[in-house]
Design a protein around this ligand. Structure first.
Ligand code: GLU
Length: 381
């Protein structure tokens, strides 16, 4: 399949190779500059979705646009993003309108819309995540089309996705999707900002998210309407990849964008590097962590060989976590290495950092566990 994908990026998202697909639609595509829904264009997207459904592909939609739509109705400045309170009020008003539009357009194609509003916590807490996954699976089994958005009205600054790109990647994982398509007002990832650099070239396929690739994101949204930007899209690609999901950024400015993508190609496809399964994939996609464990070069090498993280290779413990909490593991220069479930509370971890196993009992006052983070509860990113 990888050969076919390299020949035509869009092939990875065809119903033949992708049984469940997440399609994310950005605010700047869905809402025009006056704050009204671009209904005709959206009807084209829905027609594309109906075709894919008829070909046997299950579709989950991630729809932005609540804040932009609500801002117009409430006459809020800066597209409703001047303050968190404005955004939350705008989302409350706009989400009603957004749901109505989806119900009408999907209904016209004989499809049933199902609204699912999520907060970051719903996907970061393992039990709630499994609950979301079960609900989405049931909706798809029943033939409905889940339409997801962040529950912006109740999400607070510290605990929100803030962009629907990462929400789409995470939801793709919860939905058991094999592909995520981000319909965007850019047609892919460029080597430099195409607006200011004439030598900028689109990258059709990214096989590995190297630091060079990550540095290509300019971070700005073109329209100023959504909050995604290329940086969020690359983080979404990273998250999707860790869960074994292919992700494409593709041009949503054309009519019938999904058909256009499958026929003409284009965009940027991110190939999943490895398919982590279940609990490990969930762990890799966690955004919030309770603490950070810094390790030395020897431990970096051991972790890359698949070993558990031993206290002897730990140089620093930050944060106030409990045994079982998710912690970030970083290398000597602070570079992200992975995530794991802490085997000790932070204070005990601090007490034994740098110590070999035979020295730990005296410090702890009890027999030490085999590892600070066991390999079974650890995932490298
Ligand atoms: N959830 C936001 C909305 O519906 C959009 C987030 C984003 O711009 O990605 O307006």
């Amino acid at each position: 399949m990888v050969t076919a994908v390299t020949a035509s990026p869009a092939a990875a998202f065809d119903p033949a190779s992708c049984s469940r697909l997440v399609v994310k639609i950005g605010s700047s595509l869905l809402v025009d500059s006056d704050g009204a829904v671009r209904r005709e264009w959206l009807a084209g997207v829905v027609a594309d979705i109906a075709l894919r459904r008829a070909a046997g592909q299950q579709i989950v939609i991630v729809s932005s646009g609540a804040i932009a739509l609500g801002a117009r109705r409430l006459k809020l400045e800066k597209g409703g993003r001047a303050s968190l309170e404005d955004a939350q009020a705008a989302a409350a008003v706009g989400q009603v309108a957004l749901a109505g539009v989806w119900e009408a357009l999907l209904g016209a194609e004989g499809l049933t819309a199902a609204q699912v509003l999520l907060t970051l916590g719903d996907l970061e807490d393992r039990r709630r995540y499994l609950n979301v996954a079960a609900t989405i699976a049931r909706l798809l089994d029943l033939g409905a089309v889940p339409v997801l958005n962040e529950n912006d009205t109740v999400a607070t600054t510290e605990i929100r996705f803030g962009d629907n790109d990462r929400l789409a990647a995470r939801a793709g994982q919860a939905a058991g999707a094999t592909g995520v398509i981000l319909l965007s007002d850019v047609d892919g990832l460029y080597t430099a900002n195409p607006a200011s650099d004439p030598t900028a070239a689109r990258i059709p396929v990214v096989a590995a998210l190297t630091p060079e690739i990550m540095a290509m994101a300019t971070g700005e949204t073109r329209s100023g309407m959504g909050s995604g930007g290329m940086a969020a899209k690359l983080l979404a690609a990273q998250m999707a990849g860790a869960a074994g999901i292919a992700l494409a950024i593709c041009d949503g400015r054309v009519d019938r964008p999904l058909t256009h993508f499958s026929q003409a190609g284009g965009g940027t496809l991110f190939l999943p590097p490895r398919a982590a399964k279940g609990r490990k994939a969930w762990l890799a996609g966690r955004i919030t962590v309770a603490g950070t464990i810094t390790v030395d070069d020897g431990a970096v090498a051991a972790l890359k060989r698949g070993a558990s993280l031993l206290a002897a290779g730990v140089t620093q413990i930050d944060g106030d976590f409990s045994r079982g909490d998710v912690v970030a593991i970083v290398g000597p220069a602070g570079e992200a290495l992975g995530r794991g479930l802490a085997g000790y509370d932070a204070d005990d971890a601090r007490a034994i950092k740098g110590l070999r196993g035979d020295m730990q009992a005296a410090v702890l006052g009890y027999a030490p566990r085999a590892a600070l983070v066991h390999a079974d509860h650890l995932v490298l990113i």
